[in-house]
Design a protein around this ligand. Structure first.
Ligand SMILES: CC(C)(COP(=O)(O)OP(=O)(O)OC[C@H]1O[C@@H](n2cnc3c(N)ncnc32)[C@H](O)[C@@H]1OP(=O)(O)O)[C@@H](O)C(=O)NCCC(=O)NCCS
Length: 287
């Protein structure tokens, strides 16, 4: 087994392994009421590759490949943002899982962040992943998902928000430092390109939404956080989903249940050196 840094040339095969691994996991762990798992669309595959190339550009030593007989069989991608190390994604080719490949490639990524006082990752429900994260020193905090169609009659009138843009990045980075120990920096640009940025006019918080999912939300207090969430819910299409809600963010559960979304538990926020951030709904890969 060769463990080596990921390069641009590995990105396409890593994306295929990731799509195969998560599709197999979603199929095996599907709840009876959940929609049938889907493969990534061509647009999602392109976005995945672009995001991963972004990690290689900002953190060339953060992403690692496991190679067996000249074939890529697994990988882990990670990045540092000041005080916080984040694991973006981690997968081993289905059929080769459970044989120690993941442990080796994860160790290399974790070593990259060893000097960072804090660490974050969003874990799937795969028991193999959870075992690895626990053994790597991460504490696992259950995540809630709220999804369904929004009852518009339950939404309050929202004031004090506006669309944000690149000029807001500096204060949003300060808020990120406060909440998780590091800015989103170059990741804000990617998030802005992928959806709508809503900010409070007094700069007390921001949220990224695309009409179908809440991608990320950070705020100075729960009132600002709820205001932003109401605005995201008001712009929801037929169905809306907020995943990655820890119980430290019960303000989000209250607002989403008031809007008649359904509540389920799914996945874990893995943390070291920090408590679950609040008010904060993390992004699955950009945390
Ligand atoms: C998570 C994943 C990357 C781990 O890689 P891997 O090569 O399977 O991991 P390893 O074999 O190194 O470690 C798995 C651990 O779980 C144990 N394990 C194996 N099969 C298991 C099972 N069915 N249930 C519970 N534990 C299991 C192994 O014994 C090992 O623990 P140990 O080192 O204490 O013995 C891989 O399984 C995968 O791609 N899963 C699907 C995608 C996913 O969920 N990725 C994580 C995203 S957050």
């Amino acid at each position: 087994m060769l463990i080596r840094p990921m390069t641009d040339a590995d990105v396409a095969v890593a994306e295929e392994i990731s799509d195969d691994a998560f599709f197999a996991l979603d199929t095996a762990s599907r709840l009876p009421a959940a929609p049938a798992p889907e493969r990534r669309s061509p647009a999602q595959r392109t976005a995945w590759r672009a995001r991963t190339r972004g990690f290689l550009a900002s953190d060339p030593d953060g992403s690692w490949i496991a190679e067996q007989d000249g074939e890529v069989v697994g990988f882990a991608t990670s990045f540092l943002r000041e005080q916080v190390w984040c694991l973006a994604t981690f997968a081993v080719r289905p059929g080769l899982q459970g044989a120690g490949i993941g442990a080796q490639v994860l160790d290399a990524a974790v070593a990259y962040g060893a000097d960072a006082p804090r660490g974050m990752l969003a874990a799937s429900v795969d028991p193999r992943a959870l075992r690895r994260y626990h053994l790597a020193g991460f504490r696992l905090h259950p995540q809630l998902t709220l999804r369904g169609s929004v009852d518009r009659s339950a939404l309050p009138v929202v004031t004090g928000v506006r669309d944000g843009g690149p000029d807001d990045a500096a204060w949003m980075d300060d808020l990120d430092r406060l909440r998780r120990g590091g800015p989103h920096g170059p990741d804000h640009e990617r998030l802005m390109a992928a959806g709508r940025l809503v900010v409070t006019t007094d700069r007390s918080g921001y949220a990224y939404t695309n009409g179908r999912v809440l991608a990320l939300l950070a705020a100075r207090d729960e009132q600002a956080a709820q205001t932003l969430l109401w605005e995201c819910l008001a712009g929801a299409e037929e169905r809306y989903e907020l995943s990655h809600v820890t119980s430290a963010n019960y303000w989000a559960v209250e607002a989403a249940l008031a809007a008649r979304l359904d509540l389920v538990a799914r996945g874990y926020l893995g943390l070291r050196g920090m408590a679950p951030p609040s008010p904060y709904v993390h992004h699955g890969a950009l945390l």
